[in-house]
Design a protein around this ligand. Structure first.
Ligand code: GBH
Length: 470
């Protein structure tokens, strides 16, 4: 009797565990990967006739980078790419998001392509393919050729949007046999705001709100022109979309009214980016913001900006706003962040795991988007080796576990997220924070270029192997 009961109970328990496992899985064909960008990892800034980029120039300007460093050597990935692909393989990752350096391909921004410009990416793609890793290429991760800044004042002119399209066409034509997924521009919002508003990123400009609006329009136009260029020059079946760091709006309390308010806030607060790309017009509230001043554009521009895309890439780091429904003109209130709200090592990075659920859900619902990739998610951490030499980065694991749990909530409810790229494969040049903020699963010793897995690499490997949060 007793033994029967206990064995029943036991098998019941096992079933329960199995059901829980099934219930916590990601979809079968879910794509796990890691992400990087060219200037942050490649180094070799003077090799194979690469031209200077605005980040080379910016990093040479005193007072811009907190530790006075630059990307001259970075993680020396240009030379160590084979080893780095082995690191991806060791994680069991099936996809890799990297960016192509425009100034390698067109050292002067436009004109005739550098014959050696794509050699490195050809080697990289062949090695990825030999290792069964699917490439996802970003065309622009902020390293504008300096020549375009000098000649046209960069993104303040639509000449740069057009030059971007020519570059995109060239790359899609040459790499389109192996690259099936292209991202146009990484985080339009950050390159506009930090690069041209606050001056904290290259090219370090501090423009007025209306000038900034024109830059935002030119960047969106560049995205649209690049979408068309990839379509016209890639192989049939090539897919293209943006990789945007959408302003994230979280219902503070999950009531239908707050959820609706958070959706409206998402649409309004992304008006110059995802909203115009997907709706083909600026919202009235957005246009009213700077009165009659700018941006200057034509109806044709709006058609180009809203060229059909195949997926949306979303970089998801943190909640930008907790939203409460309100009886005011906009229909919502953005809750101020209390001083006590926690942050990760970087003071800007407020952990809010539910962001990973709401951003893709809002995007899918608002614009009926059928395919989403999480193009970045991760955190920096202090990453000190313990006495036994291991980096026990349990804060990063805590962060990732919570965000991935929310991502699983999204996929289990049918939000069409098809893949996830963890930022980042390895420590790298973190823009104006230099080498002081480490986002990698692999620690990089920038003196010796030695790569060492952190404990989070084991967490991610286990998650990929189970196709469920470890
Ligand atoms: C991404 O941006 C980038 O795509 C990637 O290159 C980068 O390495 C990674 O994140 C980690 O930062 O002005 O001090 O308030 C992330 C989104 C939004 C992060 C703006 C920095 C402002 C910092 N970014 N945020 S601050």
């Amino acid at each position: 009797m007793l033994s029967t009961r206990s064995s029943l109970a036991q098998s019941g328990q096992e079933n329960g565990a199995q059901n829980r496992r099934a219930a916590s899985s990601f979809p079968n064909d879910f794509l796990w990967g890691t992400a990087t960008s060219a200037y942050q990892i490649e180094g070799a800034v003077n090799e194979d006739n690469r031209g200077p980029s605005i980040w080379d120039r910016f990093a040479q300007t005193p007072g811009t980078i907190s530790d006075r460093s630059n990307g001259d050597t970075a993680a020396n990935h240009f030379h160590l790419y084979k080893e780095d692909i082995r690191l991806m393989k060791a994680l069991g990752a099936k996809a890799y998001r990297f960016s192509i350096a425009w100034p390698r391909v067109f050292p002067e921004g436009t004109g005739s392509p550098n014959p050696k410009g794509l050699d490195f990416y050809n080697r990289l793609l062949d090695e990825l393919s030999a290792n069964g890793i699917e490439p996802f290429a970003t065309l622009y991760h902020w390293d504008l050729p300096q020549a375009l800044q000098d000649r046209h004042a960069g993104w303040t002119s639509r000449e740069t949007s057009k030059a971007f399209a020519d570059y995109a066409a060239h790359v899609a034509g040459r790499l389109g046999d192996r690259v099936k997924h292209f991202f146009t521009i990484n985080e339009c919002s950050r390159l506009v705001h930090l690069g041209h508003g606050l001056g904290a990123d290259a090219p370090g400009l501090k423009l007025s709100p209306s000038e900034l609006k024109q830059v935002r329009h030119n960047v969106a136009l560049g995205h649209g022109l690049a979408v068309q260029a990839v379509r016209a020059n890639g192989r049939t079946g090539t897919r293209v979309g943006p990789a945007e760091n959408a302003v994230s709006c979280i219902p503070a309390v999950e009531t239908p009214a707050n959820i609706r308010a958070a959706e409206m806030a998402t649409r309004e607060l992304n008006a110059g980016y995802l909203t115009v790309m997907l709706e083909g017009k600026y919202t009235d509230a957005y246009l009213a913001q700077t009165g009659k001043e700018g941006p200057k554009y034509t109806a044709e521009d709006l058609r180009i900006i809203s060229s059909p895309i195949d997926f949306i890439g979303l970089n998801v780091y943190m909640p930008d706003h907790y939203v409460v429904a309100a009886d005011n003109e906009r229909g919502f209130t953005l809750a101020p962040f209390p001083k006590s709200f926690p942050h990760m090592k970087a003071t800007w990075l407020r952990p809010g795991p539910e962001t990973m659920y709401w951003v893709p859900r809002h995007v899918a619902k608002l614009w009926n988007v059928k395919s989403i990739y999480i193009t970045e998610n991760g955190t920096s951490a202090s990453d000190q080796p313990a006495a036994d030499g291991t980096i026990y980065d349990v804060d990063r694991i805590m962060y990732l576990r919570n965000y991935l749990t929310q991502l699983q909530r999204a996929t289990s409810e049918g939000v069409p997220v098809h893949g996830y790229f963890l930022w980042s494969l390895m420590d790298n040049f973190e823009w104006s924070d230099g080498y002081a903020e480490r986002f990698g699963l692999y620690h990089v010793d920038f003196e010796t270029q030695r790569r060492t897995p952190k404990l989070s690499a084991a967490f991610y490997r286990e998650t990929i192997a189970r196709n469920a949060v470890a």
